[in-house]
Design a protein around this ligand. Sequence first.
Ligand SMILES: Nc1ncnc2c1ncn2[C@@H]1O[C@H](COP(=O)(O)OP(=O)(O)O)[C@@H](O)[C@H]1O
Ligand SMILES: [Mg+2]
Length: 286
Amino acid sequence: MLELKNVTRRFGPNTAVDNVDFAIPEGQMVGVIGASGAGKSTLLRMINRLIDTSEGEINFGGVRTSALKGQQLRNWQRDCAMIFQQFNLVPRIDVLTNVMLGRLNHRSTVASLLNIFSDEERAMAIAALERLGIEKVALQRAGTLSGGQQQRVAIARALMQQPKVILADEPIASLDPRNAQIVMQSLKDINQSDGITVITNLHTLDTARSFCERIIGMQAGRVVFDGGPDDLTEDAARKIYGADNLEDAFSEAVTSTSLNGSRSKSSGSERPPVARPAAEQNPVYA
Ligand SMILES: Nc1ncnc2c1ncn2[C@@H]1O[C@H](COP(=O)(O)OP(=O)(O)O)[C@@H](O)[C@H]1O
Ligand SMILES: [Mg+2]
């Protein structure tokens, strides 16, 4: 269980995250949505301790992660892998090495300094690439891949951390709809087969509704919606995005996983069916 208790983050006079309070049980797939500036990134960054909270506390499995220091803090950062919009790979080195870099937090300093990877780590990295369907590019330099492939490499690297939680900050914002779909499906598969909790910030509502079993909507730093995909009515969307930006929220043209540009009828479209777990399976917000 990941638990946020009255979490607030201020930047000078501005409050980026305002008294946020929720709990996420292990294995849940959660989408955090909201307009630009709503506080989504700040929220994820506090969970993984890239930044500190101003007030409140964050606990995972009964441990107050918001207060950890030193090695324990590094262990926590290993347990919650982060995926970014811009992939954050090392473009000039090969894909396999990029993936193995996900092991850095598991290794001794000397092994890290010498850049020595064991056969086991190599096998693990190849298995992760296979799982994401990109083993063929293992020896290519990461910078030569398409955005969709790079994001899959980043997910493989995250898997190497053997994380308990994956935090993804707008992982599909730079991808075309087809690759966006592949990346979201990969995250969902990992969530379902490994039971890893996934919390992903998403710009559009459509994607969150298709892939996440729980959606948290933020507006001006506050949580204004917390429920299942079917609870996300137009009224709820208006509360999250504001009446003037509704168009944006439903926009299929940009940053969306919809392949045919419409939520309705996909006649002959290649959009695969997406499992939507029933709300009753998630008693936490029932
Ligand atoms: N490092 C920072 N310094 C100052 N203000 C920041 C910083 N990071 C975020 N903010 C502010 O906090 C608010 C929330 O930002 P952010 O968490 O990035 O929102 P989102 O990810 O939803 O777009 C914004 O007003 C943003 O300008
Ligand atoms: Mg952001």
